[in-house]
Ligand binder design. Structure first.
Ligand code: 11C
Length: 330
């Protein structure tokens, strides 16, 4: 049984982490819920027990905690994760603050288990997680030469405020969170623009893919787009492989793999879609076909719930992997 803290417990990802802790029967001896000062004092019911959310302060990092699930943004993580770590806890952090630190593992458990050289483990960006699952299968079988992403990302990627902006648009009101309406629109703009014209979301996808797949010089490019969908991100992946293969062989590989679900039957209009993937735990793949404009190149379409596998579920799966590892070394 473990002492577990959730930081950012009232947020969209934090509250989903709590649901998953319960659903997946994580052995919890003591649960502590933290938030910003703004949400502190709120009551949360977990397993029929009432918890009052506390403001996170430095003295409260003493716990003791075995595991800390952090989903409270980069600044909070930079300040508090090392304090939890010093006290002996393992921190699983959902922000982008630590992801590219060479000492920190950036983990999708079925692709690259954590090294634990530091006791902070980074949870990747949502659109990256659902993309590296199919790419890792292709990398193992054929090797990767180049990856080009185009994303179609739901508003829940921006948390409650993204969902509210879509609802505002539906009511004919002006947006508050996004620079333009998201209702009846698409925004080729997620996170801030860099000097070179790429957005930070695009840079995250590029850098995180290379790190997770341990292919530091893999050519990767991305265009990230926000669409008026509430749940589940879609990513069109164009991938060039080192070795020759066929669409049929790739479909067979995906079909046999437990970490992706193949939905690919164009004759019956079957392919992954956000309306089906939202609320589900899987990474769905389909529209597998050869790109005839380049040698050894294929299109793969992937859809997954960005709050589940893209964030909270991946974090809980990291926790489960750590707990299993610990139990096995007893
Ligand atoms: C979005 N992918 O859809 C972002 C949200 O680095 O974890 C997640 C940001 C991150 O807006």
């Amino acid at each position: 049984m473990y002492s577990i803290a959730v930081v950012g417990a009232t947020g969209l990802v934090g509250s989903t982490m709590l649901e998953l802790l319960k659903k997946r029967n994580i052995p919890i001896e003591k649960l502590t819920l933290f938030s910003s000062a703004r949400s502190a004092g709120k009551e949360i019911i977990f397993n029929d027990k009432s918890y009052i959310v506390e403001e996170l302060t430095e003295s409260k990092t003493q716990g003791p905690f075995d595991y800390v699930l952090m989903s409270a943004g980069g600044e909070t993580s930079l300040q508090f994760s090392p304090l939890f770590e010093q006290q002996g806890a393992i921190v699983i952090d959902n922000s982008s603050a630590w992801r590219m630190d060479p000492e920190i593992s950036l983990v999708v458990p079925e692709v690259n288990p954590p090294s634990l050289s530091r006791k902070i483990i980074a949870n990747p960006n949502c659109s990256t997680i659902q993309s590296v699952d199919p790419l890792n299968i292709l990398a193992d079988a054929y090797g990767l030469k180049r990856v080009a992403y185009t994303t179609y990302q739901s508003v829940s990627g921006s948390g409650w405020k993204g969902i509210e902006d879509l609802k505002r648009g539906e009511r004919g009101e002006e947006p508050v969170n996004y620079p333009h309406p998201i209702y009846n629109n698409v925004l080729p703009h997620i996170d801030v623009f860099q000097e070179d014209g790429y957005t930070k979301e695009e840079v995250k996808m590029i850098e995180e893919t290379r790190k997770i797949l341990q292919l530091p010089s893999l050519p990767v490019t991305a265009t990230c787009v926000r669409v008026p969908v509430t749940s589940a991100h879609s990513v069109a992946i164009n991938v060039t492989l080192e070795k020759e293969t066929t669409s049929e062989e790739i479909k067979m590989l995906f079909n046999e793999n437990p970490y992706v679900t193949l939905e690919d039957d164009p004759k019956h209009d079957i392919y992954p879609m956000p309306v089906n993937a939202g609320g589900k735990e899987g990474v769905f793949v389909g529209r597998i076909r050869k790109d005839n404009s380049l040698p050894n190149t294929f299109h793969v379409w992937t859809v997954s719930d960005n709050i589940l596998k893209g964030a909270a579920l991946n974090a809980i799966q990291i926790l489960e992997q750590l707990i299993t590892r610990k139990e096995n070394t007893k």
